[in-house]
Design a protein around this ligand. Structure first.
Ligand SMILES: Nc1ncnc2c1ncn2[C@@H]1O[C@H](COP(=O)(O)OP(=O)(O)OP(=O)(O)O)[C@@H](O)[C@H]1O
Length: 483
């Protein structure tokens, strides 16, 4: 079963759309999962999603269907979860995510974010007493491929790292421990206000950056082994996905649009790679192609529950953008992988890893062998060939220590496999060589003896070789020696 829930949401028409008289007509609903979408050329497309939220849908419906199951899995089973809102500018992403406001908002209009906060604390409070929980909150935005801390605007180029025990982390990012929903909402509201301040400073509109809310839920078991588990819930309000040609953007706005489109297509590529991978075969997932996909690496695919809300305008004027949003959602629906639980490495049972051969030892052995036998250029060439053949992943632009470690281990294991193949090939060649030599020796011998017995030309030739040789050196066959 697919681990991604994909829903479509159509917001009500706005006054401009109503005025222009093209306020609907794009969608003909069939049921809560299927609808017919008509584009500007009146071509019809049938789309089916896990759920379709039409114009009159309630914010609570979206939360119950899309987010609540993920909130529970993150708290109860320490899975990672991601909830993403996708769509063109003005399609209802922020409304769905935040609602009209975080702090003061009518109950029925509250967005996913305040509901998720309440859901996290409710789920924790409803559980038994075998574990203690703590929730940490971070807020970042990605603008022009730079990650900025929304709790501390001076941190405007946060790096992304991967560590074995925790997966993807943002070193140095502000993490606020929140003890109750009110405190969490206050912090979120502060982050949102900071976003506005930063945008004014840079003269940027909020729709030009991706806003990412990260809740890290730590569970500590009270039993003797004191195991620690982490579940991470990431909410992402993506930047608008509109077409550059239609907006007629120039200069910096054009650059922003290109960067956004690049990261959104990186997200699409990651989703496609997860979708198209052959069962049981590890394929290269290009998480490193953008900051967005790198941050979401352990929240998309294998270790995660994912929900995607494709937000659309109901207007015929925006039909082509809505169509591309819906197609993005349809492709995403095919992600197939099983989730797994994040255990803190320090406190996990390490008996299984102790039993497996030491990676460092074999790495050192292989590297020494390669250094001893190959030139630096040959190792490079081998690496390029492995990349071309898809055995090794393309080395990314590496900034961090952990990236280098990942890459080194990847290269080492690929080289180890290549080395084993080469060694087997060399052994086979040596064996064939031995057989050939033995055959040649045997044939020479048999010819010689055959020739000797028969007094053949061959015998004469063989017997004359020393004579020719000495002649060539200047000797004669005469007893005096010199001619
Ligand atoms: N389901 C809805 N019900 C009522 N109003 C909505 C709904 N969805 C969106 N709106 C309204 O539509 C307008 C645009 O929505 P919103 O700001 O959420 O778009 P967006 O996709 O986040 O755009 P941007 O990419 O520019 O941030 C807002 O005024 C919002 O209040």
């Amino acid at each position: 079963m697919s681990n991604i829930t994909v829903c479509a949401r159509f917001r009500p028409s706005n006054s401009k759309e109503k005025q222009n008289g093209n306020d609907s007509g794009c969608i003909r609903n069939i049921d809560s999962e299927t609808f017919i979408f008509k584009d500007e050329k009146d071509e019809e497309f049938v789309f089916s999603f896990d759920r379709v939220f039409y114009e009159k849908s309630e914010q609570s419906d979206v939360y119950q269907f899309l987010a609540l199951p993920i909130v529970r899995d993150v708290v109860v089973d320490a899975f990672n979860g991601t909830i993403i809102t996708y769509g063109q500018t003005g399609a209802g992403k922020t409304y769905s995510m935040e609602g009209p406001g975080i702090l003061e908002c009518e109950e029925q209009n509250k967005g996913l974010l305040p509901r998720v906060v309440e859901g996290l604390f409710d789920s924790i409070n409803s559980l038994d007493e075998e574990k203690t929980y703590s929730i940490k909150l971070s807020m970042v935005e990605i603008y022009m491929e730079k990650v900025r801390d929304l709790f501390d605007l001076s941190k405007d180029n946060i790096q992304i790292k991967e560590i074995k025990s925790r997966g993807i982390i943002l070193p140095g990012v502000t993490e606020i421990t929140v003890l109750d929903p009110a405190e969490a909402l206050q912090s979120l509201s502060r982050g949102i206000a900071n976003r506005a301040v930063g945008e004014t400073q840079m003269n940027v509109a909020s729709s030009r950056s991706h806003c990412i809310y990260i809740f890290t839920i730590q569970q500590e078991f009270l039993s003797r082994d004191k195991r620690t588990r982490f579940g991470k819930l990431i909410l992402v309000d993506l930047a608008g996905s509109e077409k550059v040609e239609k907006t007629g953007a120039e200069g910096r706005v054009l650059e922003e649009a290109k960067t956004i489109n690049k990261s959104l297509s990186a997200l699409g590529n990651v989703i496609n790679s997860l979708t198209c991978g052959l069962p049981g075969k590890a394929s290269h997932i290009p998480y490193r192609d953008s900051k967005l996909t790198r941050i979401l690496q352990d929240a998309l695919g294998g270790n995660a529950r994912t929900a995607l809300l494709c937000c659309c305008s109901p207007s015929a004027f925006n039909a082509s953008e809505s169509l591309s949003t819906l197609r993005f959602g349809a492709r995403a629906k095919h992600i197939k992988e099983s989730p797994r639980v994040n255990f803190s490495e320090e406190k996990c049972d390490t008996s299984s890893s102790a039993a497996s051969p030491s990676r460092d030892e074999s790495s050192a052995r292989i590297l020494n062998k390669l250094r001893g036998n190959l030139k630096v250029e040959d190792v490079k060439l081998l690496e390029e060939l492995l990349i071309q053949e898809g055995i090794l992943f393309e080395p990314p632009s590496v900034e961090e220590e952990s990236d280098i470690e990942d890459l080194t281990l990847q290269i080492i294991s690929s080289l180890q496999a290549a080395m084993e193949k080469l060694t087997a090939a060399v052994d086979e060649l040596k064996r064939e060589n031995r057989i050939l030599r033995a055959n040649v020796d045997a044939s020479t011998e048999s010819l010689f003896y055959k020739g000797a017995n028969n007094g053949s030309i061959f015998q004469n030739m063989i017997l004359r070789i020393p004579t020719f040789f000495f002649r060539w050196l200047g000797y004669t066959s005469s007893p005096t020696g010199w001619q």
